[in-house]
Design a protein around this ligand. Structure first.
Ligand code: ADP
Ligand code: MG
Length: 712
């Protein structure tokens, strides 16, 4: 199949025009390595590496015709070139093109700059014109000596990485375009009449890589051009096809049919747990439980996402699923992304299941060797029916006896590699045929429905759309850092009433040390301000044991205030905590804020969340930060928050951040290309049915080596 996709070319010299890298040399040049890093290995990958944008270098504009704000190219003579020191050291070059004057500013510059831009030189300059107080200027424009032919077409600018110059990349792409097999994969008639793209795939690609002289920037910029439409449609189709394939592959797999044994009284363990719980299940919990139970008694592996807002009660649903599996005589694994979260699950599940005679093993990377050996032995012998832990549970050494169900909490927080490892771990031999365990994933960050359908076509989704009764709403206030003292006195009030308080300090990317200093200072400040009360500090540098001790003391009510970096983000359940203060709330993502806020309001006590923001030196909050804080103040509904998050960030980033960082869709946009999405959803099954070879070629072409990841 690979040859049919055009990928077979990997064996031939990759870039024939570049002698230095042809000829089967074994070492890769930095530029070649960079190409690989971008995933550009075969001719087809290069051909499908489309421009990010274009630059219009076809025209020279007269300064008298240009307006501030425009991106222009001018040819002008340097009339003055000097290094000035105010407001800071810079190269200031004044040019004149006969119709007007303009100042070029360079804050970073080299002797070469000064030489080319010497007084009297005639230069060609490209950049954004700004209207300064003292006339037009450009900051850091590109420039070269004037003269030389003007390009006839728009210049494509490709997504690139360091060490991969545009010129090299452009040449590589052109080579790929020539060599790639671009034969059509869609039967004639597949394109909807109303939107029929007028081109073949090859024509569309040629147009986008080398727009003809008649094409203007505006036609290509918003990606509404039919050539762009064609590629977005193809990409969406590839994505739908690969998910359909994944779904079919899964349907062909067999899982253990988890049928409670006839010897035991049916569903005895589940009944016992339900009877012992201090609450009734909500209607939503009952519905979701029934969906899961139905899946588990089928012989196809379950592949279900359970999404429910923070506090919606996913844990008990997971426990019921685990019991169903255990009653049928199989083992269950529950995996959580952090040790603290796994620990919480472990504590809760042990307290629920141990009285029923179900033994639970605990596995984590940080435990002592002897303890670990004991856990592994219990797992291997089958004595432990349930295994709870961090990703340590998927390590090679763990030999599961009869794995029937895997539950993953906060699944999106696991990396793609971990999810793949789990998959291979899950393929277990049983009586001569491979049996795949059932899989239940849980997430408190709901994915909007349309997105879930198009991204996870091979996933069934259950939703807990109801909170347990008796929760009082959380009052959310957005306040400026200036009012810090007021907030501290609010904390004192809460403590006086016997309540507990979280204070969250932000994580500063790549600066753990700074984080720590910040949290430590706040901790000291609160200790001073709240004499006679226990204020604890939790941060990522603490050992697992210390973290555990700090959390346990807070959960037991021995600590009044817990100052923490974002390690408490998920899962912590302390119903007596009634106030959450988030410092530098403007630095957090929306779903993160929502997760944090979900730590309070878990009991029946009226709770509040204070989002404290700081504007630093700039007087205003950025637009996105403001939108995030506003959304938090306006709603407490996780689905609405997810919808706004999507709106603020766009689907690429929304999903991208959850994956390995590689965006799944490069060109199409799920929010705006809905017509093509619909079309792809209709055509994928037909293509797979009627033209399986074309379908396969299409997926290979578009996803190549990436399809494994797309499925994960
Ligand atoms: P999450 O969905 O965020 O994981 P949890 O499972 O931690 O939520 O549940 C939050 C809290 O609600 C826990 O203290 C849990 O015991 C409690 N809870 C769960 N279901 C119910 C219910 N039906 N009625 C009352 N309380 C419930
Ligand atoms: Mg939870």
């Amino acid at each position: 199949m690979r040859d049919a996709s055009g990928r077979g070319e990997a064996k031939s010299p990759r870039m024939p025009s570049d002698a230095s890298i042809a000829g089967g040399r074994s070492t890769l040049s930095p530029a070649q390595k960079a190409l690989h890093k971008l995933g550009l290995r075969d001719a087809i990958d290069l051909a499908l590496h489309l421009p990010l944008r274009y630059e219009d270098e076809t025209r020279i504009v007269r300064l008298s015709d240009a307006r501030a704000g425009e991106l222009v190219q001018i040819e002008a003579r340097v009339i003055r070139s000097e290094v000035t020191f105010r407001p800071r050291r810079q190269l200031r070059v004044e040019v004149d093109d006969g119709s007007g004057r303009c100042v070029l500013r360079f804050l970073n510059f080299y002797p070469g700059h000064q030489k080319t831009l010497g007084e009297g030189a005639l230069v060609r300059v490209r950049g954004e014109l700004r209207g300064g107080l003292l006339g037009l200027e450009m900051v850091h424009p590109s420039f070269k000596p004037a003269g030389g032919p003007l390009p006839q077409t728009l210049t494509p600018i490709y997504p690139s990485v360091a060490q991969l110059p545009q010129a090299y990349l452009r040449k590589a792409v052109m080579g790929g375009l020539v060599r790639a097999d671009l034969s059509e994969t869609l039967p004639p008639g597949a394109w909807p009449a109303a939107h029929a793209p007028a081109w073949s795939l090859r024509q569309a690609l040629e147009l986008l890589h080398q727009p003809g002289p008649q094409l203007r920037l505006a036609e290509l910029e918003d990606r509404s051009h039919p050539a762009w439409q064609r590629l977005k449609a193809e990409e969406l189709l590839a994505q739908q096809l690969s998910q359909l394939q994944a779904r079919r592959a899964r349907d062909a797999m067999r899982a253990p049919v988890l049928q409670p044994s006839a010897i035991e009284p049916v569903a005895a363990l589940r009944q016992q747990l339900l009877a012992a719980l201090p609450f009734e299940l909500t209607a939503a919990q009952k519905r979701v439980d029934a969906q899961i139970t139905a899946d588990l008694t089928r012989e196809q592996p379950m592949h279900r996402l359970l999404q429910g807002d923070v506090g919606s009660g996913k844990t008990v649903v997971a426990a019921l699923a685990a019991l169903h599996c255990i009653e049928a005589g199989w083992q269950c694994v529950l995996m959580a992304p952090t040790e603290i979260l796994a620990e919480q699950h472990f504590g809760k599940l042990v307290s629920w299941l141990e009285p029923l005679g179900v033994h639970t093993a605990w596995l984590t990377g940080s435990q002592k060797a002897a303890e670990r050996r004991k856990a592994l032995a219990a797992i291997e012998s089958g004595q432990a029916a349930l295994v709870v832990g961090t990703h340590a549970v998927i390590e090679d050494k763990v030999q599961l006896h009869r794995l029937g169900l895997v539950i993953i909490d906060e699944q999106h927080r696991f990396g793609v590699a971990q999810r793949l490892a789990l998959r291979s771990k899950m393929a277990l031999g049983e009586a001569g045929r491979a049996l795949e365990p059932h899989l239940l994933m849980m997430s408190a960050t709901p994915i909007p429905r349309t997105l879930a359908m198009s991204y996870y076509a091979d996933l069934d989704v259950s939703t807990l759309d109801e909170l347990p009764p008796g929760r009082s709403p959380i009052v959310t206030k957005v306040v400026h850092e200036r009012r810090r003292e007021e907030i501290v006195s609010r904390i004192a009030q809460q403590i006086a009433q016997g309540r507990q308080v979280y204070w969250v300090c932000p994580m500063i990317e790549e600066s753990e040390a700074l984080d720590l200093r910040n949290a430590t200072a706040t901790h000291a400040e609160l200790q001073r301000a709240l004499p006679g009360h226990a204020v604890a500090l939790l941060h990522s540098r603490l050992s697992a044991i210390d973290k555990k001790a700090v959390m346990a003391a807070f959960a037991a009510g021995q600590t009044a205030v817990l100052v923490s970096t974002t390690v408490i983000e998920v899962g912590v359940d302390v119903p007596n905590a009634s106030l959450m203060v988030i410092e530098h709330a403007e630095r957090f993502g929306l779903s993160q804020l929502h997760q944090l806020r979900g730590r309070v309001g878990r009991g029946t006590v009226a709770s509040a969340c204070v989002l404290m923001y700081s504007t630093g030196e700039q007087a205003r909050l950025g637009q996105a930060a403001r939108a995030r804080l506003q959304a938090m103040a306006q709603t407490q509904d996780g689905f609405e928050i997810a919808r706004r998050d999507l709106e603020i960030r766009g689907p690429g980033e929304f999903l991208g951040a959850r994956q390995s960082g590689a965006p799944l869709l490069r060109f199409a946009d799920l929010a705006t290309d809905t017509l093509w999405l619909e079309w792809a959803r209709q055509w994928a099954p037909r293509l797979l049915q009627q033209y399986p070879h074309l379908a396969q070629r299409h997926v290979e072409r578009w996803l190549g080596g990436r399809s494994e990841f797309v499925k994960a």
